[in-house]
Structure formats: C-alpha cells, structure tokens
Design a protein around this ligand. Sequence first.
Ligand code: ADP
Length: 325
Amino acid sequence: MKDQVLKFLKEQDDYISGEEISQKLGVTRTAIWKNIKKLQLEGYVIESSTKKGYKLVDVPNVITKEEVLEGMGTGIFFENVEYYDEVDSTNLMAKKLARSGAKEGTVVVADRQTAGRGRLGRSWTSPSGVGIWMSLILKPNIMPQKASQITLVAGLSMCEAIAEVTGLDTKIKWPNDIVVNGKKICGILTEMSAEMDRINYIVVGIGVNVNNKFFPEELPYASSLAIEGNKEYTRKEIIQRFLAYFEEDYAVYKKDESLRHLLERYSQNCITLNNKVKIIEQGKERIAFAKGITEDGALKLINENNEEEIVFAGEVSVRGIYDYV
Ligand code: ADP
C-alpha cells in the first residue's frame, strides 16, 4: 500500500487531495494518511495542506526495491530485488536465498551490514545511508574453476557504471577493487557453492563507498566517491547503471565462457597494468612488472628474472610499489 501511495505521488506534478488518492487506490483516507506518515519517516519529504492535500517534494537517497526498480525496464537483474535495512552480510543473505531456490539474477541490497566481509574473512566497513552493499545470485553453466572470472566482469561493469554516473576517473585494481585517485572505493567478493563439475550458485558481493564522509584510522587506503568528487551521489543511479551494464557484460562472458571479448575494455580500465607492482604471496613480497591479463582473468607478469609468469586472483595480493596501487 505504501508503495502504491508513493508511486501515485510520484506521478503527480502538484498537490493531490487525500480524497482523490483514496478513491483511486480504493482505500480509506486514514489509510492514506498512515502511509504518508510512514514515507515521511523513511525520509520522503511530503508537504501536506488541509486544503490542497499532499505533494512529494523530495526523495531521499534510499535504495529500497521501489527506488532501484523505478524507471528501469526488464532484465534478469530487475526481476527479483530484495531490500533490507540491515543484514549481517548481503553475501550470507544471498547464499541463504540461493539455497532455498532463489533464481539467477536475484539481487540483495542492504542499507547497512553488521558483519560485511572482504576476502579471507577480513571485515568490510558498511555503515548505513552512505554505501551500496549488494550481492547478486548467479547460476551460470560453466566449470567451477571459472567462477572467479566473474569477479572481473563485475569489476568492469561497476568501474564503467561509476565513471558514467559520477564523471570520476575510476580504475580497476586487478582483480577485485575499484580505485579513484589511488584509493579504494569498491571491493568485490565472489563466493560459490559447487560440485566437482558443476556450479550450484555464485554470489557476487559488491561494496561501494558512495557518500561516506570519513573512514576509521585503520583503513588508510579507503575512500568514497563523495570524498574524491567533493559532492554526494545518488546511490540508486549507480546500482541501476551497474545492473544494466552487468547484464550485458555477463551475457558476453557466458557466450564465450571467457573474458576474450571484454579484455580490451578491462585492460583500458585496469590501473595495475604496465606498472611495477608488489606481489604478495603467502606472506612473501616481490616486485614484478604487470604486463597483461589473460582470457581467464589471470595476471601476466615479467618477474625479477625477466621471465614471463602468470598469477591467479585467488593466490596473490597486488599492491603498488610505494602505495596501495
Ligand atoms: P584485498 O585488497 O587485500 O584483497 P579485500 O578485497 O579482501 O582486500 O577487502 C578487505 C579489506 O578492505 C579489509 O581488510 C580492509 O583493509 C579494507 N576495507 C574494509 N572496509 C572497507 C571499506 N568500506 N572501504 C575500503 N576498504 C575497506
């Protein structure tokens, strides 16, 4: 009912009386009034006047299902959007849903995570009102060894989506981060459930720091789009753009079961390439030159002995020589 009232208000240019809304929606004026109150509590600015009725004057920066779906056409990622004010982790929630039969394309979005996670169980700071904490459920018909390649596909789609919405110079730090001005503004964590030769489901978790004003001291490399761009951005626009781009890029990936046709764009956006980098592997560090990305999403290096070498995403961390990138 609340969603219907909101939709109705959005369609009006001017004030509309409670009487008229109640007739159109077939419910009492008291029910309308109650739902207006609920919307106001969520941050919608609705002016009300006893004479003229109600008018929606401002929409909050929320990422509820209704807002994410507004104005979007059809597409597999716009069919099942699940919004939560708070979850432990969107990846955990997505896994739970996938186990109970959620369809490919289901998107879990939360305003806040109490136990957001990065790779290797590291924690991911996910406060309310400022970020995009989201997970996608995928069920591609590919071999389990290829699942981590989807991280690169999602990184590419998100990098281009953020660049388009914000105009910021976004870059991919291979394999799973997006950076702006050398600072991490987005991380991606792909997890899966599989048999030897078949994937049950993949969950791609994505965290984007959109409007965070500050970060705890222990995260010197973290930043947000708002800090780097000096203005606030609308979270749902980034989600919408990303879902639309990812749908296309994911289809291209699935057709070849390879990054072949995405590699040129990925490489153009990848800040790791053509640079000296620090490779961290089981606690040991070494320097190498990052030369390219393979069709399987691995990183091609020229090592200290001037030999070509390939490293895989799950096995190493990459840093800049002096800084994070
Ligand atoms: P890595 O870059 O080492 O692969 P992950 O992708 O696993 O790291 O992300 C986890 C790490 O990201 C944490 O250990 C922490 O240092 C950092 N981190 C945690 N929360 C945030 C955040 N909101 N923004 C940026 N970095 C974060």
